[in-house]
Design a protein around this ligand. Structure first.
Ligand SMILES: [Zn+2]
Ligand SMILES: [Zn+2]
Length: 120
């Protein structure tokens, strides 16, 4: 499972959806453990906006077949192979979610906006 230091580093590619300026986020170290995921709160260090990130504790093949399907069809921007592993995802706003994934073929880490129905 991905650790929070890595989460914070990877969040640096995003801009805060509220102040739009900051890519400087803190991840709250204590997560809320659910059945399939751990939810951590992320806070923008510029404007204090918070949003949740979710780290799955069970493989999505078992708990979330839609997301598992979606991951299988993701194309890597580097090697163009299909298929990625979900590292974590965040719900930036009610309308915008981003999945942080790793290519299964070349292990490149990248991120993708997720279709919201992947959550239902
Ligand atoms: Zn902000
Ligand atoms: Zn790749």
């Amino acid at each position: 499972m991905i650790d929070l230091v890595a989460v914070r580093t990877r969040l640096g590619v995003l801009h805060c959806p509220v102040c739009k300026k900051s890519s400087d986020f803190s991840v709250h170290p204590r997560g809320q453990e659910g059945y399939t995921e751990i939810i951590h709160t992320v806070r923008c260090n510029q404007c204090a906006y918070t949003f949740p990130i979710s780290i799955l504790t069970k493989p999505p093949q078992l708990t979330d077949p839609d997301t598992a399907e979606w991951l299988k069809r993701l194309g890597c921007p580097d090697c163009h192979e299909l298929g990625a592993r979900l590292d974590f995802r965040c719900r930036l706003t009610v309308r915008e979610s981003v999945a942080f994934v790793t290519c299964l073929a070349c292990h490149r880490a990248y991120h993708e906006r997720t279709p919201m129905e992947a959550y239902e």
